[in-house]
Design a protein. Structure first.
Length: 104
C-alpha cells in the first residue's frame, strides 16, 4: 500500500486538489454573489494593511513551497558543478567561508 502511495503521490495530490476545488464550487453555487462579496470585503480589509498583506503573501509562498517539497523529490546531482554547489551550500550553512584543511 505504501509503495502505491510512493509511486503515485503526485497524481493523488492533484486529485485531492481537484476534489477540494469541486467541493468549494458545489457548495458556493447556490449563492455566489453573497460568497464573492464576503471574500472581496475580507481581502479588502487585509489589503488596507500593508504589513499584514506582505506577511500573508510571504507565509502563503513559504507554506506552498513547503507543501510541494513534501510531495516532490529532490533531484540528485549528476554534473560535477552541482556537487560543487552542494559543497558550497554546506560550507556557508555552517557559517564558514572555507572548509578546514585536511589533518594529513
Amino acid at each position: 500500500m505504501l509503495k502505491f502511495f510512493a509511486e503515485y503521490r503526485e497524481v493523488l495530490a492533484e486529485s485531492i486538489a481537484i476534489v477540494v476545488v469541486l467541493m468549494v464550487v458545489l457548495l458556493t453555487r447556490r449563492r455566489p454573489a453573497a460568497w464573492m462579496r464576503t471574500v472581496e470585503q475580507g481581502l479588502g480589509r487585509i489589503s488596507r494593511r500593508r504589513g499584514l498583506s506582505m506577511l500573508l503573501v510571504g507565509f502563503l509562498a513559504l507554506g506552498s513551497s513547503a507543501t510541494l517539497s513534501l510531495f516532490g523529490h529532490m533531484p540528485e546531482p549528476s554534473v560535477h558543478d552541482e556537487f560543487c554547489d552542494l559543497l558550497a551550500a554546506d560550507t556557508f550553512s555552517r557559517g564558514r567561508l572555507s572548509n578546514p584543511t585536511h589533518p594529513l
